[in-house]
Design a protein around this ligand. Structure first.
Ligand SMILES: Cc1cc2nc3c(=O)[nH]c(=O)nc-3n(C[C@H](O)[C@H](O)[C@H](O)COP(=O)(O)O)c2cc1C
Length: 151
């Protein structure tokens, strides 16, 4: 679904005019606009197209106030009619998700069998290796700091 925005402005003008908003009207956001925003957000590129984002749409006033308390009590969080939480899904590199991305690519006719097999065999071990490297680095740094502190 494509919602035509009025007035229409081009990309360069939109980038130049964009500002962080800190006050919001309480007007309800139409469902069709919310849907469009989420669909556009999902067009963002991601590594191996794993799409590791999950969105939570918060509209309930009590929940927005709980969020406001977690956000340095910034008034605009409770005031905006809708708050979108964008979460990173750490399970994105698990085989179930890789398989569904491969199926998506196959359905669209853009996933070759050799790329599918490359994805199956490379991503999970690759991500595991990155996690291991991260853990090793943080352990090493903690040990170095302890040594420097004379512990
Ligand atoms: C990662 C990130 C976090 C931010 N967090 C807040 C925030 O908690 N509250 C807020 O009022 N603005 C927040 N901002 C908006 C910045 O303050 C704002 O982009 C910056 O002051 C420049 O102003 P402009 O976006 O109007 O050009 C955030 C921006 C970024 C990129």
């Amino acid at each position: 679904m494509f919602v035509e925005m009025h007035p229409y402005i081009g990309l360069i003008e939109a980038i130049k005019q964009r500002r962080a908003a800190r006050a919001f009207k309480s007007d309800r956001i139409p469902e069709v606009i919310l849907q469009e925003i989420l669909e556009l957000a999902a067009q963002a590129p991601s590594g191996f197209n794993l799409q590791p984002w999950r969105f939570i749409v918060v509209q309930n006033q009590q929940n927005k106030e709980k969020l406001q308390a977690c956000a340095f009590n910034q008034r605009q969080v409770g005031e905006a009619p809708v708050v979108l939480i964008c979460c990173g899904d750490r399970r994105a590199a698990e085989m179930a998700n890789i398989t569904s991305v491969i199926h998506l690519g196959e359905d669209e006719g853009i996933m070759t069998p050799s790329y599918a097999s490359y994805m199956r065999s490379s991503i999970s071990p690759g991500i595991q290796a990155l996690r291991d490297a991260g853990l090793w680095l943080s352990d090493t740094l903690v040990n170095l700091l302890k040594q420097q502190a004379g512990e």
